[in-house]
Design a protein around this ligand. Structure first.
Ligand code: SME
Length: 164
């Protein structure tokens, strides 16, 4: 398998996501191994966008547990409702934190993190349970906007259709 996610540095954010989505779809198509899909998705997102930290927390026993990621070491467990991840998990919706210091209960896994986006992954069954979250941190303030939210939700849906 030879698949490059090294997209042209000239591409604007929207064009970058447009190029990324079909490549990710081809990368994970037909793979039913949850860890493998999450690990390769984190690696692809890191390569294509150069995110400071990108990875997954999975729902387990009512909390979130650290899953596959790319970046600096991170906390193992996040309680439901705590921090950006735990809030997105509890409320079943995406959260953009332009300044993590202003987000109530933010959990600082790295002091370099300045802004963050968290997008839930839902099961594809009729219950729409939150199975986990995609968490992306930037070392720049206000790095994420509606374009990121919209495309990352599509990416989350693609992952869910593949493994959940
Ligand atoms: N900052 C997150 C915790 C996870 S780390 O950023 C990887 C939060 O407040 O939920």
């Amino acid at each position: 398998m030879e698949q490059s996610f090294d997209l042209s540095p000239e591409l604007a954010k929207q064009a970058r996501y447009e190029a990324f989505l079909p490549r990710l779809a081809a990368l994970i198509e037909g793979i039913d191994d949850e860890v493998a899909v999450l690990a390769n998705t984190a690696a692809a997102l890191r390569e294509a966008f150069g995110f400071f930290w990108v990875g997954f927390y999975r729902a387990e026993g009512g909390d979130l547990r650290l899953g596959p990621f790319q970046g600096t070491v991170a906390c193992y467990r996040i309680r439901k409702g705590r921090g950006v991840c735990g809030t997105a998990f509890a409320e079943g919706r995406s959260i953009v934190a332009p300044d993590v210091e202003l987000f109530p209960g933010h959990i600082a896994c790295s002091s370099l993190s300045r802004s963050e986006i968290v997008v839930p992954l839902f099961s594809t069954g009729s219950d729409r349970t939150v199975r986990g979250v995609l968490d992306i941190d930037s070392d720049r303030p206000a790095a994420f906007d509606e374009t990121d939210r919209c495309w990352l939700e599509r990416i989350a849906a693609l992952i869910s259709e593949t493994i959940y």
